[in-house]
Ligand binder design. Structure first.
Ligand code: ADP
Length: 285
């Protein structure tokens, strides 16, 4: 497909010219580098000079080849890893706990099989010691918003994969985190379930507008959901480029999936990613 006259809809910003964000930054990462020492004694560089700003209420997707350090970057934001070099700030602070401020959702749902849907959803609030009746009401409310009304008393084994991911999502969101880190949250779902869960999540996000950092391999998903897409290089991960997704909201995923604009964004992203993905393929044993 030729780039066509609408290619100006795609705005690219290089690493050398990071985007200036007017609203107070929810996330600010500057000069972040990270390496580990392998058993052989060799040093493995994982992240290299990452610079990233995410405004409060912004939805940013991160795409990049496998092993480029996307999950590692999220781990820094959740303060699960100590910073070796550079700076990682959450609402202006580089130290202290982010529990309550940052929610983290993984590809695998990690639900407890012996707890009901409701009790799984309640877990975080329960640990925080919130009032029993209030937390129950909040959980039932969020389960309903994610299309899970009527399943509160079921166990995870009694519901579908798509439902389990939504329960996990409900558990992440119910504590009202100001920032939600999502690591391929819908990656394990079959294609049709994924589309439905994306729609529910998008509607939820457009209503509540939390700050989201969303890692995905799915370029269409990144474009359709986010305000901005960051493209990372093969390991050691660097920010290669970023694209502001200039699509109006509220978005209608069915229409968007077949739109020319989505195809243009996808083409541009894939042009950036292709060589990086190829490097990973060549390195595979
Ligand atoms: P992604 O999420 O982009 O797939 P990850 O952040 O999970 O990538 O991992 C980045 C790379 O760093 C992977 O190749 C992984 O194996 C490697 N890695 C991460 N932590 C360690 C560690 N402690 N020791 C050795 N290798 C690690």
């Amino acid at each position: 497909m030729s780039a066509g006259p609408n290619v100006h809809l795609i705005s690219r910003q290089d690493r050398e010219h990071p985007r200036r964000v007017a609203a107070p930054a929810a996330i600010s990462v500057s000069g972040l580098a990270y390496s580990v020492r392998k058993r052989s004694g060799e040093t493995l560089a994982i992240l290299d000079n990452i610079n990233l700003m995410v405004a409060d209420g912004e939805f940013v997707a991160i795409v990049g080849p496998s092993g480029c350090g996307k999950s590692t970057l999220l781990n820094f934001l959740a303060r699960l890893l100590p910073v070796q070099s550079g700076r990682v700030e959450v609402f202006g602070s580089s130290t202290g706990p982010v529990k309550g401020t940052v929610g983290y959702m993984f590809q695998q749902h990690a639900l407890f099989p012996w707890r009901t849907v409701l009790r799984n959803t309640e877990l975080g609030l329960e640990i925080q010691g919130s009032d029993r009746l209030e937390r129950r009401q909040r959980c039932l409310d969020i389960l309903a918003q994610l299309g899970l009304q009527g399943f509160a008393d079921h166990y995870p084994s009694q519901v579908s994969g798509g439902m389990r991911q939504r329960i996990s999502l409900a558990r992440t969101l119910v504590g009202n985190p100001r920032i939600v880190l999502m690591d391929e949250p819908f990656g394990a779902l079959d294609a049709q379930t994924k589309m439905l869960v994306q729609e529910l999540f998008l509607a939820f996000w457009e209503k509540h507008r939390r700050t989201v950092l969303f890692v995905t391999h799915d370029l269409d998903e990144a474009i359709a959901l986010s305000d901005r897409v960051i493209v990372m290089s093969a390991r050691p991960g660097r920010v290669l480029s970023e694209y502001t997704i200039d699509l109006p909201r509220p978005r209608h995923l069915d229409a968007l999936r077949t739109s020319t604009r989505l195809l243009q964004y996808r083409k541009q992203l894939w042009e950036d990613l292709r060589d990086e993905a190829m490097k990973v393929l060549r390195d595979k044993p």
